[in-house]
Design a protein around this ligand. Structure first.
Ligand code: NDP
Length: 399
């Protein structure tokens, strides 16, 4: 007799309280027959973490900020959910054997948990692009050594993953990443430089966390994605292009040497790439919209303006310079975006920091040896300090 019973996948959600984390929860709750949640983690949002743990029936909830563990214990006192706190607890949680770990922490902070997950043989669904930018080769090699599958969640990379023939890489002409262009596509340079945080946080097509929203406005998000694609698909920068596609319907394309171009289309809804990564090679009902082609009017494609948005140019430059430059760009950008969100620097200053980091700072740091993950972390920290100093000495008005 055939059994229709499929085994549930056991999932850990790192960064469960964020935008990708909550969309992941949504997909899992719509498909209770397909998933069981082992653990959920967050940085500080203890209320949402506790509520999420109960909602998905997690066995463990981990909060990075140790000062909040007592709050978490109180919030979960009527449940069976176990609690832990601190970044080491997050690493151990990532390492616990499950079928797939959703990596949805924001920023470089997600690097260690991602490595712990891979080293312990967990397949990983990766939304968290910054670790791939800073340590892409290290991570992809580690995944190969451990027989671990990296399933991209970033909508562009997930789109490429769906139409990319890994075995036939030699037949690929180009990867074409689509970009909406962000909220400032039609603004002039002066208006962009003086944009407020509220304006920069308002993405025209996607609802996302604060950092990626600012990155989309500077187009640094697309720059990070160029580097992410180079490592994930192991292709040189000359084979990675960006096209402005304002409607965010085509999520990316692969152009093959015979003239065929394969694309993945869908609504601007992160639940689609999340479901695709979590259930790969199967497909799930996400509860999100199915694309109705009759409702599409025009799909447009434009060349990006690298004078207004120089971030793209810097992605190619960093790939040419190597891993140290990618770490430098990522670290500088994290410091600059945080300073902008705290209203310490202007929007235009974000790119100033990143240009300074690559043009002036990196040449002095190029001697750094990058053999281990600790080396990567040391360089990241050095850049953090240097950019903070640059902001204080060169960008902050003296009162
Ligand atoms: P959010 O800011 O919405 O969420 C980030 C999550 O990470 C939260 O759960 C947060 O916890 C947690 N977190 C933050 N800092 C730490 C830390 N130091 N240690 C442990 N956990 C931490 O981000 P997004 O969901 O928007 O993005 C997550 C990642 O996915 C980013 O790398 C982004 O570039 C990428 N991505 C996002 C997309 C989107 O649609 N949002 C699309 C494609 C990629 P807390 O809530 O407690 O602060």
């Amino acid at each position: 007799m055939f059994s229709s019973m499929k085994q549930k996948k056991i999932v850990t959600i790192l960064g469960a309280t964020g935008s990708v984390g909550q969309n992941t929860v949504d997909v899992i709750c719509k498909n209770p027959e397909s998933f069981e949640v082992y653990a959920v983690t967050a940085n500080e949002n203890v209320e949402l973490l506790a509520a999420t743990a109960i909602k998905v029936g997690a066995k463990l909830a981990v909060i990075a900020n140790q000062n909040l563990e007592n709050d978490l214990i109180k919030l979960l006192s009527d449940s069976d959910v176990k609690t832990r706190s601190g970044s080491e607890a997050i690493n151990e949680c990532a390492a616990h054997n499950v079928d797939i770990v959703m990596c949805a922490i924001v920023g470089f902070a997600g690097l260690r948990p991602l490595i712990y997950a891979i080293e312990n043989g967990n397949n990983v669904a990766v939304a968290n692009k910054e670790p791939l930018v800073a340590a892409g080769e290290f991570i992809t090699n580690l995944a190969k050594e451990n027989g671990v599958k990296i399933l991209p969640v970033d909508s562009e990379h997930n789109a490429i993953f769906q139409v990319f023939e890994d075995n036939n890489k030699g037949q690929v002409y180009k990867l074409i990443l689509t970009a909406s262009g962000g909220p400032f596509l039609n603004w002039n340079k002066k208006e962009i430089d003086n944009a407020t945080t509220d304006q920069a946080l308002k993405h025209p097509n996607w609802s996302m966390g604060a950092k990626i929203s600012i990155d989309s406005a500077t187009m640094m998000n697309k720059a990070l994605e160029i580097i992410e694609a180079a490592y994930l698909f192991d292709l040189p920068s000359e084979q990675i292009d960006v096209v402005i596609h304002r409607q965010s319907i085509i999520h990316s394309m692969v152009s093959y040497k015979d003239g065929s171009m394969l694309a993945q289309l869908g609504q601007s809804d992160m639940r689609t790439p999340i479901a695709s990564a979590l259930s790969w090679p199967d497909r799930l009902d996400t509860g999100g919209g199915i694309l109705n082609v009759y409702e599409l009017s025009t799909l447009t494609f434009e060349k990006p303006d690298i004078v207004k948005f120089p971030a793209l140019k810097y992605a190619y430059k960093c790939l040419e310079l190597g891993q140290g430059a990618c770490i430098t760009l990522n670290a500088s950008n994290e410091v600059a975006v945080a300073a902008f969100l705290e209203k310490i620097i202007s929007f235009g200053d974000i790119i100033k920091c990143n240009m300074y980091a690559i043009d002036n700072l990196y040449p002095k740091l190029a001697y750094y040896e990058l053999k281990t993950i600790e080396d990567v972390e040391n360089l990241d920290q050095t850049v953090h300090l240097a950019i903070k100093e640059y902001i204080v000495t060169k960008l902050t008005p003296k009162g």
